[in-house]
Ligand binder design. Structure first.
Ligand SMILES: Cc1cc2nc3c(=O)[nH]c(=O)nc-3n(C[C@H](O)[C@H](O)[C@H](O)COP(=O)(O)OP(=O)(O)OC[C@H]3O[C@@H](n4cnc5c(N)ncnc54)[C@H](O)[C@@H]3O)c2cc1C
Length: 391
């Protein structure tokens, strides 16, 4: 017999899981949210850039608790250092700026504090949360519900639920338990490394540096981090280079058009992780189960950003589950498919389009042409008229 019973059990309390949990509880569902970590968001494996709009969409107020720095636009560089600036303080000065009555375009957030805040907001809506709680498997029961096995501290707990949400990140095992094809091709997995540094000036812009020479298969970045700090990082796809990410960052810092700017940089932290520059999973559901966030590969294949899509995917999941659980007691794959249909309509079709654009760029073997295409795409992507502004 299970020890506990909920409408939904969410595995993973990153941005996707915590947002699904909060918005589902707001709509009356009885929710358990578990994470195997003892400190959410740690170690930090994220640069933390997120638009204000992404947070607004899911009712998260930007508060000082988790904000490192406000962002007002972008500077996109080509391989030679030629720059396109998209600064919303100049494009729409009546709306964007640091002055009272104006707003930033986005933020660089502290993922430790951001994730903790999202979990706290979920708890305040009545979500039960367990840390140091690792999900080990789930089994569909004859009565149409399922049972999740969770190791919570040193105890093994059996939890009954109508639906399990796999929000367990890039290394997701929930999808594998359900037999979904979750493998990522090596050609589509960027290995990312960033340094948090002192003594590098920034101007409230996210700086994106394109060019095979600096970041083969990906791009480099310089993000403001607040208090005079910055993040210098890049992602490389191993099939595009023999160098690893650390060698590339070193080369970028010492040899690029920014070498003067970086010459006094002092490294305070080293952070890294994998980013899927891949297509979303073709199937993101099974009997009594759906996937959300990185687990479903809801990651922007051009920018590698996954925070906005984790939050909006969480909302789509919560709305779907609230409706489905109120409507009846069939949680079979046939019904769960409705989640993916909603996601495709609201978000996924645009992500598939972005994936096609990215594939076109990186299948080009002519490096100068690939550089030109990536620079052009990045510049368009962040421009005020971009059709992709909302992901
Ligand atoms: C170097 C780097 C820089 C990045 N920078 C940005 C950026 O600037 N902007 C942006 O938008 N995106 C960025 N990303 C991507 C972003 O970090 C992810 O897309 C985002 O974290 C996805 O959120 P998530 O909730 O799906 O998964 P995660 O944040 O990975 O959360 C998954 C959670 O599941 C838990 N978990 C896993 N397995 C289990 C289990 N069995 N039981 C219980 N809990 C489990 C984990 O402990 C974790 O807390 C970056 C990624 C990297 C690697």
């Amino acid at each position: 017999m299970p020890d506990f019973s909920y409408d939904i059990v969410i595995i993973g309390s990153g941005p996707a899981g915590a947002t699904t949990a909060r918005l589902a509880a707001e709509q009356g569902l009885n929710v358990l949210l578990v994470d195997k970590k003892q400190e959410l968001g740690a170690p930090v494996q994220c640069s933390g850039a997120i638009s204000r709009h992404a947070m607004e969409e899911v009712g998260v107020e930007p508060v000082d608790e988790f904000i490192h720095e406000a962002i007002y636009g972008f500077a996109i560089y080509n391989e030679k250092g030629e720059k396109k600036t998209i600064d919303y303080r100049q494009l729409a000065p009546e709306k964007y700026g640091p002055e009272q009555g104006k707003t930033p375009l986005g933020y660089v957030v502290d993922r430790r504090r951001f994730d903790r805040r999202l979990m706290t907001l979920a708890e305040r809506e009545g979500v039960e949360t367990w840390l140091k709680a690792e999900a080990k498997g789930y089994e569909v029961l004859p009565d149409g519900t399922c049972e999740v096995t969770i190791h919570h501290f040193n105890e093994v707990k059996k939890v009954k639920a109508k639906v399990v949400v796999g929000a367990d990140g890039l290394q997701s095992i929930v999808g594998k338990w359900a037999g979904l094809r979750t493998q990522i091709r090596l050609t589509e997995l960027a290995s990312c490394l960033q340094f948090v540094v002192d003594k590098v000036e920034t101007e409230g812009l996210l700086e994106i540096i394109t060019g095979h020479e600096w970041a083969p298969g990906g791009y480099a970045w310089v993000f403001p981090k607040g208090y005079g700090y910055a993040e210098i990082g890049l992602g490389v796809v191993p099939t595009f280079t023999k160098n690893n990410a650390q060698q590339q960052v070193d080369y970028f810092m010492k040899s690029s058009f920014f070498k003067e700017r970086f010459k006094d940089a002092r490294i305070l932290e080293v952070q890294g992780g994998g980013v899927p520059l891949a297509a979303p999973l073709k199937i993101q559901y099974a009997d009594n189960m759906i996937l959300v966030g990185d687990a479903a590969r809801h990651v922007n294949p051009i920018t590698g950003g996954g925070l906005h899509t984790a939050l909006s995917g969480g909302k789509i999941a919560a709305d779907f589950l609230a409706q489905t659980i109120k409507n009846g007691n069939d949680f079979s794959a046939k019904i769960m498919k409705g989640y993916q249909d909603n996601w495709l309509e609201q978000l996924g079709n645009k992500m598939w389009k972005l994936y096609d654009v990215k594939t076109e760029i990186f299948k080009t073997e002519d490096i100068p042409e690939r550089d030109r295409l990536l620079y052009g795409t990045m510049s368009d992507y962040f421009s005020p008229n971009s059709e992709y502004k909302k992901i």
